[in-house]
Design a protein around this ligand. Sequence first.
Ligand code: MRU
Length: 348
Amino acid sequence: MRTIFWEDNLVKMIDQRRLPNALEILTCRTHIKVAHAITDMAIRGAPAIGVAAAFGLALAAQNSPAQTPAELRKELELASTLLKSARPTAVNLAWAVDKVLRFTFSESESLSTEALRGRVLTEAQRLADEDVEINKRMAEHGSTLIADGDTVIHHCNTGALAAVDWGTALGVIRMAHEQGKRVHVLVDETRPRLQGARLTAWELKQYGIPYEIISDNAAGHFLKTRQAQKVFFGADRVAANGDVANKIGTYMLALAAHDNDVPAYAVVPTSTIDLSLATGDLIPIEERTPEEVLGLQFNGERVAPANAKARNPAFDVTPNRLISAIITENGIVRPPYEVNLRKVKEVI
Ligand code: MRU
């Protein structure tokens, strides 16, 4: 099953807030509901929220009472602004929205309002299909880096749930497994929202890949004691110099890997590379509600004292010097990233 799909003129998605305890489908009838689903993390993961926003635009076009192309364009631009503001860090969101708008209105002078509505859905559907194909290509490239018998540490959820299918870093691991390599995964639980313990573990179970969940702060121990040979994660945005913004905790994991000469790989579609930002310092970092940190329970009771305060950055930036290679659908990129990311992004 795909994480997100268009069916009966509606957008449907796996509600990731309910996993692993229930596999429920959330139905969205309006682009506003799609924007909420992204903000509330019913759907999350950089490629998945890009495709969700694209389908959101298709709903906006379908529901719009516009009588003329100009009216439709105005409405879609408003919908785009809303969808793009749902989450700030993953560049795929704005990338997908802009791509749909560009396709819909390029060389469109002779097209009717109805034909333009159709174009929005066509492009959203194409982006969804392309996402799966791109992820498989990344998985093929990345799987060459995994040796038979490897134990790898994986952070956050980067699998099918974070995309339309297959995903990024977890797709690489899944491909290696399907190629017959024995691979064991140490799954960072990924505080505070536990995407690893809830979603990655659920996916690995479906694929029959052996895994163990570890607390995030155990990763350094496994690297230092040579119990893990590689580290894999995805990214929400990669700057032109190869700095990688990804789920909070990635930086500490990459530091520990580097200190122990263990390679750390970022797996990203080229749509996640943002050449307009020279360094990772310029990437906007989402700060989410403190309740995600404070709401943790132990023995059925909240851990934090009443009225405790918390900080909750959802992402951090790992400097390029800690990244051994960046795996894309167009190949494996190694330093110097300033030069080589541009090359891989420009492949047609
Ligand atoms: O806050 P999330 O769950 O959307 O964060 C997701 C990640 O950090 C992933 O690692 C990232 O999107 C890349 S994998 C598709």
